[in-house]
Design a protein around this ligand. Structure first.
Ligand code: C5P
Length: 303
């Protein structure tokens, strides 16, 4: 039986600006997002009996409809009308409910892989539309690399790569509900938007380093208010010499970007002295992203 092994990377938000609340209850966003090489591994195989089943190395994630990877497979099956099913096995490395998009990344990977295994021939745009129904962050992960993401997450504009930069991720031991954080957010308290636009301009002008001057996350204050340990973690990372540091997504993971890899290695060493979940990763280039999928036999993803 044919089996595909795919990598499913995490992301960080270099910017996350909330522009307003939409009539559908979601928020209009403007974000600069980049994938990093902290990845889950997903094995996919065809089930001729039409069933969709899920297994995971992690004991604390749902294995039913609540899992976005499962929902992605169901959505693709229903949209395509295929009689085939699939078994999805997720080897989990990305922290869960951490602001790193792990579940959404898994969903996007399943869409890409099953489109291939079920021989559906759907193009990228069709997959992104299905992905948006599964979760707001899913369309981005169909592209990976660096992208500006707008709307509620369905508008993805692939951009030249930031980095390659070293990134330290630290996940404090709290789980954050994205829904609760958005609900507590008051758009009147946010400064006028513009950081994403400025960062994208710098990137398009070829000044990658200047992107780091515009790091901003409008949800950070909300999460820090609820979980003071996120604020103290960010302050601590600053004191240890992490200049460019920010919370990712709705949190609680705080990241620090280092154009200088040696400096990142030194600081990660110090942080590991007193913190548990500390990761040293690299930003992914879109080329590397599609190379990983090519390696898995899925073919090039066109951005
Ligand atoms: O789309 P997803 O299920 O990942 O979103 C989780 C929650 O985050 C939503 O229920 C919504 O409350 C909030 N959200 C939002 N605006 C967005 C994305 C997510 O309000 N653009």
């Amino acid at each position: 039986m044919r089996e595909l092994w795919l990598t499913s990377p995490a992301k960080i938000n270099l910017t996350l600006e909330v522009l307003g609340k939409r009539p559908d209850g979601y928020h209009e966003l403007d974000m600069l997002v980049v994938t990093v090489d902290l990845s889950d591994r997903i094995a996919l195989s065809v089930r001729p009996d039409g069933h969709i089943t899920l297994a995971s190395s992690a004991t604390h994630i749902p294995l039913d409809e609540k899992n976005l990877a499962y929902r992605a497979a169901r959505t693709l099956k229903e949209a395509s009308g295929t009689p085939l099913g699939a078994h999805i096995a997720i080897d989990k490395h990305i922290p869960v409910s951490a602001g790193l998009g792990g579940g959404s990344s898994n969903a996007a990977t399943v869409l890409i892989g099953l489109n291939e295994l079920w021989d559906l021939g759907l193009d990228h745009t069709a997959l992104a539309q299905l992905g948006a129904d599964v979760g707001s962050d899913v369309p981005f992960f169909l592209y990976g690399g660096t992208a500006r993401v707008g709307g509620r997450g369905e508008r993805v504009e692939p951009l030249p790569d930031v980095g390659p930069w070293s990134v330290i991720l630290v996940r404090p031991p709290v789980s954050v509900s994205t829904t609760d954080v958005f609900r507590a957010f008051d758009v009147r308290t946010a400064p006028p938007p513009g950081a994403t636009e400025a960062a994208v301009r710098s990137l398009l002008a070829g000044d990658r380093r200047a992107v780091l001057e515009y790091l901003r996350n409008d949800l950070e204050a909300v999460t820090m208010e609820r979980y003071p340990e996120v604020r103290s973690l960010k302050e601590k990372m600053r004191r240890y010499g992490a200049t460019y540091t920010l919370m990712s997504g709705s949190g609680p993971t705080v990241f620090a970007v280092f154009p200088d890899a040696r400096r990142a290695r030194r600081i990660v060493h110090s942080l590991r002295g007193f913190l548990k979940e500390v990761y040293l990763v690299q930003t992914l280039t879109s080329g590397r992203c599609s190379a990983a999928l090519r390696h898995a036999g899925v073919g090039e993803i066109k951005g």
